[in-house]
Design a protein around this ligand. Structure first.
Ligand SMILES: Nc1ncnc2c1ncn2[C@@H]1O[C@H](COP(=O)(O)OP(=O)(O)OP(=O)(O)O)[C@@H](O)[C@H]1O
Ligand SMILES: C[C@H](N)[C@H](N)CCCCCC(=O)O
Ligand SMILES: [Mg+2]
Length: 271
């Protein structure tokens, strides 16, 4: 009996268990004291009219706003392909999102499915005889929800990018009921993509938080006409415009941050 008790005490006092205990204790003190009543509402799923339209840029702007306002922020990019590596360092969407977040998590949680090949992710996993399991996407999101009150989730490609042969990314967002923000990358063809995507988000009955216009081209004719046409056809709040910038650091100017800070606050009661 004595032996069992001693063993139990020894087990409890192992390095790993003490660390675990301290980690949980401090998380509780630091995080729970600052938890606000409506915390769970600051979750967004960022989709786009296409791939390469500025989803990561807008996600990072949104994270920076949350961080500046004192929220516990995290960016989540469950699935990514076309990862680029420079000097043995992965240049992924999640790295930019991490730079603008306030709570640290390992990539294993923030970016569990990542691939080098520039193809639809479900093709890549199929070739490897693997599967992207949406249960893992939800499991990781729930971990983030425990510790963060400002969560920006970036999709991959557009709204209906498949996760597997019979499951779309949008199916997961619908199941999780995450409010959606659509980024429209301004270029020829985007009107059609924007109308199709926004109508589908509405038909899918998921909260449609708003949309963002992103000037991805250095020059754009008919800018005013594009904006008014898009505003007319997208039945969700217009959150603001990201101008074309010549350098990445200009994405985070006070002017841009203030535009979205204001509109997010304006529309926070939308859903
Ligand atoms: N307003 C802008 N001005 C200048 N460059 C921009 C602008 N918006 C986006 N870009 C550039 O366009 C490229 C694509 O943007 P981004 O990576 O955010 O797209 P994405 O929709 O996240 O793409 P993916 O589907 O691959 O995740 C990046 O190199 C980014 O720096
Ligand atoms: C490679 C790209 N940048 C994204 N990560 C994945 C885009 C998937 C697109 C699927 C489709 O063809 O619609
Ligand atoms: Mg991206």
């Amino acid at each position: 009996m004595y032996c069992i008790v001693v063993k139990k005490i020894q087990y409890i006092l192992t390095y790993k268990n003490i660390l675990n205990f301290l980690q949980k204790f401090f998380f509780k003190i630091i995080f729970n004291t600052r938890r606000k009543k409506n915390d769970m509402k600051n979750n967004w799923f960022i989709t786009g009219t296409d791939t390469e339209v500025g989803k990561t840029i807008f996600s990072s702007i949104l994270l920076k706003i949350g961080t500046k306002n004192g929220y516990r922020t995290v960016g989540y990019k469950p699935i990514s392909s076309n990862i680029i590596e420079e000097n043995n360092i992965k240049k992924t969407d999640i790295e930019l999102m991490k730079k603008n977040s306030s709570v640290y998590f390992p990539n294993k949680i923030l970016n569990p499915f990542n691939f080098y090949e520039p193809f639809p992710p479900h093709f890549i996993v199929q070739k490897q005889n693997k599967k992207i399991n949406p249960v893992i996407l939800s499991k990781n999101l729930n971990i983030l929800r425990k510790y963060c009150n400002w969560i920006v989730i970036e999709g991959a490609g557009g709204w209906h990018t498949p996760i597997s042969n019979d499951y779309l990314y949008s199916d997961w967002v619908i199941k999780e009921k995450i409010p959606v923000i659509l980024v429209v990358g301004l270029k020829i063809g985007c009107i059609n993509h924007a109308i199709l995507t926004s109508n589908t988000i509405i038909d899918n009955n998921v909260p449609f938080f708003g949309w963002v216009c992103n000037d991805i081209l250095s020059t754009q004719n008919y800018k005013k006409e594009y904006l008014s046409c898009l505003k007319k056809h997208i039945a969700a709040p217009f959150l603001g415009n990201i101008p074309y910038v010549s350098s990445k650091k200009h994405f985070y100017t006070n002017k841009i941050l203030q535009i979205f800070d204001k509109s997010i606050k304006n529309f926070e009661n939308y859903h």
